[in-house]
Design a protein around this ligand. Structure first.
Ligand SMILES: [Cu+2]
Length: 336
């Protein structure tokens, strides 16, 4: 009896200690969406449970090892009993009940985070190696940043142009895989509740630059959001060079090409036009409009020396119209 009382007290103390420690080290980043509240509540319950189970096992084990250790000259067996139905029934029912209770809480929380609000803002998300692109179909805007109004639900409809990616903003807690294929649009809803700048990361290993597949997520108030929409609409590029700039920004070209001469996965575009390029086979070619056109629609036709073949996507002829390709060429031409 004395042992039991001591062990119970120790378990309670260690449970609170472990829980306080786990809370103290800040396991989770800032809580910035309505869904995060629900998810953090579940996290918190799990951490309580983990603290208790950890203490239960460690205290019983530690206490037995220290207090009931074999003393010098003690050669016999310790006291023991065989089979105890009551005990076995209890330690089956209790964990089973706990697990069922948690799955019930889990189901409720899942439903809460999937809550659909009719006035949600629509954003179509395209993921590709290695970029995110955001379309606002209600406004006709495409951006490489995800601008969101605070306290309004956003509905993301997401597809990938190549491999599996995964949309993840840790501060919002929710995460959704993004799959290739026309009919595999994946939906994700959340309501940002804190203004600020966050980062969307790709949470699915998707190739060489996976770790850099980050884009800014900017949560602003309603007025700032409207301003942003207006400025995007007002600034819609008119001339071919600005249109081309917009296209290469929004389609991930700049993930592999620099515009200022700095090294990257592919050749820099600074000073490319009009230069003489050394090819893999040693031949020398003048970079003119035809050369750039071929380089974009059929990247493996001419591979410049010092760069890997087969890395640049080869489906741009299908993705872009002829006019869009011409605009991108104009932009590359404009880079001295
Ligand atoms: Cu990815």
């Amino acid at each position: 009896m004395k042992h039991i009382v001591i062990v119970v007290i120790l378990v309670i103390l260690l449970t609170f200690g472990t829980y306080a420690l786990l809370q103290g080290i800040g396991l989770l980043p800032a809580q910035a969406s309505a869904q995060a509240v629900t998810i953090d509540r579940m996290f918190n319950l799990h951490i309580m449970m983990i603290s208790f189970l950890f203490s239960l096992i460690i205290v019983f084990m530690g206490y037995s090892i220290i207090v009931f250790r074999q003393k010098k000259g003690d050669e016999g067996f310790g006291k023991f009993f065989k089979a105890n139905n009551k005990l076995e029934i209890i330690w089956t029912i209790l964990p089973l009940g706990t697990v069922i209770f948690f799955s019930y809480l889990g189901a409720i929380s899942l439903a809460e985070t999937r809550n659909v609000e009719p006035q949600a803002l629509n954003v179509d998300v395209t993921a590709g190696q290695w970029y995110w692109s955001f379309d606002y179909p209600d406004y006709g805007i495409t951006s490489d940043k995800l601008y969101l109004p605070v306290d309004r639900q956003v509905k993301l409809s997401m597809t990938s142009v190549d491999v599996i990616h995964s949309f993840w903003v840790p501060e919002f807690r929710v995460k959704q895989d993004v799959l290739p294929g026309e009919n595999l649009v994946k939906e994700l809803r959340f309501t940002p509740t804190e203004k600020g700048e966050y980062t969307v990361r790709c949470a699915e290993l998707c190739g060489g630059a996976h770790a850099y597949m980050n884009s800014p997520v900017i949560v602003v108030d309603d007025a700032e959001f409207t301003d942003w929409i207006d400025s995007e609409l007002g600034n819609l590029p008119q001339d071919p060079v600005s249109k081309g700039k917009r296209l290469v920004e929004n389609n991930g070209c700049l993930g592999c090409h620099s515009v200022d001469g700095s090294p990257s996965v592919g050749p820099t575009w600074a000073g490319l036009f009009g230069s003489e390029n050394v090819m893999l086979d040693g031949s020398i070619k003048e970079v003119n409009e035809d050369y750039l056109h071929t380089a974009i629609v059929d990247p493996n036709f001419d591979v410049p020396e010092g760069f890997p073949a087969g890395v640049m996507p080869s489906n741009y002829a299908d993705l872009f119209s002829e006019e869009e390709i011409q605009n991108m060429i104009s932009f590359i031409q404009s880079l001295k």
